[in-house]
Design a protein around this ligand. Sequence first.
Ligand code: SF4
Length: 360
Amino acid sequence: MDEVGCRRKTRRIHLGSVPIGDGAPVVVQSMTNTETRDVEKTVNQIRRLARIGCEVVRVAVKDKEAAHVLSRIREKISLPLVADIHFDYRLALMAIEQGVEGIRINPGNMSGSRIREVVRAAQERGTVIRVGVNAGSLEKSIWVRYGGPCARALVESALSHVKRIEDMGWTQLKISVKSSHVPTMIEAYRMLADATDCPLHLGVTEAGTLLNATVKSAVGMGILLHEGIGDTIRVSITGDPTQEIPVAFGILRTLGLRLVGPEIVACPTCGRCEIDVAGLARKVEKRLLDFKTHLKIAIMGCVVNGPGEAKEADIGIAGGKGRGLLFKRGKVIGKLKEEEMLERLIREVYAMEKEREEKK
Ligand code: SF4
């Protein structure tokens, strides 16, 4: 497998202004859960997602009304918009006509002859197509041949559709082969990575609520990303999609792939703990949800390991009796009462961001 740096080499595609593949940073996506035809609610949710770092957004287009409002949504947002379409090729044509940057189709549930029309329209407008195969909606013939949605079955389905689209002359494509079974998903993406130079969109489908989804996504996507596989990612979490973005960036940051946002290092706490580390860490995380600069922030409970760890961070607090030490780039810059810690830390964090901006 060829690599760019430590990434798998792929063709470059563009979702609007966002480059994907061929060494571009791994892109973080999400999907709205509003009724798409409710333009106001959908736009508000997309803006919330954009504020916390989402880079591409997908909306469900399940009927003509939803397809009709796509251009109105698009003109009110700054992110590339991807229309998610199943079954009805006419919705795909309408979405392309409305100017979306991408469509996601599952060719397994769309008639082959109709896909030709969709591809032609996409080619004329420069619309990216994601061929999104899901274990739950695999074509019957492949399902029967393999006896279920195993990795080979998912890959065969995806590659046959991609080949058909490429034979029609359109190569602005990406592929996903999602499964809720993490080992299957890993195996399928590895096989795809060896078989095609298309950018790959990673995801674990139906991953569940926050805790489960975070674990499954971090394991499944983390392993693949560490192997250089994956060009866009979505962490699927049941409920509010804004939960997905910090988890996605957390995975990328942990692997050193995107150094954005605050990296909060908090001690696990023990009997020596002298401040409310968990409460403070949670509050800091919440307050810095839309903070984009990469800073390592340490919150430590006592003076045993606290000062050492806090010194390693860009900024940090080490708790003590009634007071805590505030460290910035290894130096103590203040002694704070517990009730002062949150506001002071946040103030210092924004000041550090400003300093960095000014240095650029
Ligand atoms: S930093 Fe202190 S309070 Fe926190 S786990 Fe270590 S020893 Fe315990």
